[in-house]
Design a protein around this ligand. Structure first.
Ligand code: ACO
Length: 335
């Protein structure tokens, strides 16, 4: 059995900064409410005409990750693309990356696990490398949320939280003998699927039908989130899955050097930090700048933590995610 390791990280966010004050010009919200409830100060949104899309941002992040891994696109054996906001209903983002980077005809798999998408994708990459089937897997998390949110007061409980961006990791067979992915832990509980969901367009809600049946009504092609319900489950599942990962490796909370939680809400991260009594320097947050970028949030945060020198060789790095589905997961890595 081989061990896999992240050998390159990259991220990309659009240039267009949208502050809380900007949002308060188009809906009934304000900077104080958003900061107090979520910790978010600003987020990035794709601007019409800036050339960005979910796959384009993913490609930009991937190029950086590849160069940091000292690899070219032709070295990659598989693409795994995590998103809830693909450019097209089908095909997925993975094949768009395959084309854009002029890669070999390698497999391209899309992962649809929302905020847990990157951890799920990393886990899939880890399995393919462990068995020896592939040597280098490109894992991308990318989201264009701004293209599909309701920026009126009706949508404020959701739209102020989310931002656009992409992160990527090259996961490789570990040839160094040092560090690597120790384990990943994945879960789901579909009975809560409606609590955070986007129901249409889909095979049950085609757009013409929605428009015909609901001309003036609250229509299901904007995301719905029962925020308080999600929050309560998130804090429980984050804690459980972090503990599960540590116990599987006979480690304890005091062994954590860096916890990178999915950036859902700063209050959720702070709750976990307090529960585990972790000092500030052992928990990385950047939701203040980018909002919740769903499948992109962990790889963007991981990239920034690494760029800022906050992750060093030998560190125990823990990733943890929770999101729509509900789905949740963790990854335990020795850097
Ligand atoms: N600005 C001003 N007021 C607002 C806004 C806003 N943007 N949004 C909601 N409000 C109002 C509500 O209308 C409500 O008013 P009322 O009391 O008069 O009815 C009041 O503020 C409180 O609303 P709540 O929804 O109860 O606010 P809460 O404190 O729960 O915060 C939030 C909402 C930030 C969404 C929080 O519940 C949360 O972060 N939940 C978890 C999100 C999460 O983790 N998602 C998972 C990942 S996402 C994914 O997987 C795609």
């Amino acid at each position: 059995m081989y061990i896999s390791k992240i050998t390159g990280l990259g991220s990309y966010v659009p240039e267009n900064v949208v502050t809380n004050d900007d949002l308060s010009k188009v809906m009934d919200t304000n900077d104080a409410w958003i900061q107090e409830r979520t910790g978010i100060k600003e987020r990035r949104h794709i601007k019409k005409g800036d050339g960005n899309s979910t796959s384009v941002m993913g490609v930009k992040a991937a190029k950086i990750a590849l160069s940091r891994a000292s690899l070219g696109p032709k070295d990659i054996d598989m693409i795994i693309f995590a998103t809830l906001s693909p450019d097209m209903y089908f095909p997925g983002g993975g094949v768009q990356v395959q084309e854009a980077l002029d890669m070999r005809t390698v497999p391209a798999l899309d992962v649809r696990n929302q905020c847990s998408g990157f951890v799920y994708a990393l886990s899939v990459a880890d399995q393919f490398i462990k068995t020896g089937m592939y040597k280098h897997v490109l894992v991308i998390g990318s989201e264009n949320h701004s293209g599909g949110l309701d920026f009126t007061t009706r949508g404020r409980g959701v739209s102020v939280i989310f931002g656009d961006g992409a992160g990527a990791a090259v996961v490789s067979r570990n040839e160094t003998g040092k560090g690597g992915i120790l384990s990943t832990h994945l879960h789901s509980e579909g009975k809560h699927k409606d609590e955070l969901s986007l129901q249409g367009p889909s095979t049950q809600y085609w757009v013409p039908e929605i428009i015909e049946k609901n001309p003036q009504e609250d229509i299901p092609y904007y995301p719905y989130m029962n925020g308080t319900f999600v929050f309560k489950h998130a804090v429980v599942r984050f804690s459980e899955v972090i503990k599960e990962g540590l116990e599987a490796n006979k480690l304890s909370v005091s062994d954590i050097d860096m916890l990178i939680p999915h950036q859902a809400n700063l209050r959720i991260s702070q709750f976990i930090q307090e529960k585990f009594k972790l000092p500030n320097e052992k928990v990385f947050n950047n939701i203040q700048k980018y909002g919740n970028t769903t499948a992109a949030s962990i790889p963007i945060a991981l990239t920034e933590a690494w760029e800022e020198g906050k992750i060093k060789e030998g560190d125990l790095v823990v990733l943890a995610a929770f999101g729509s589905g509900f789905t949740w997961g963790s990854a335990i890595m020795r850097w």
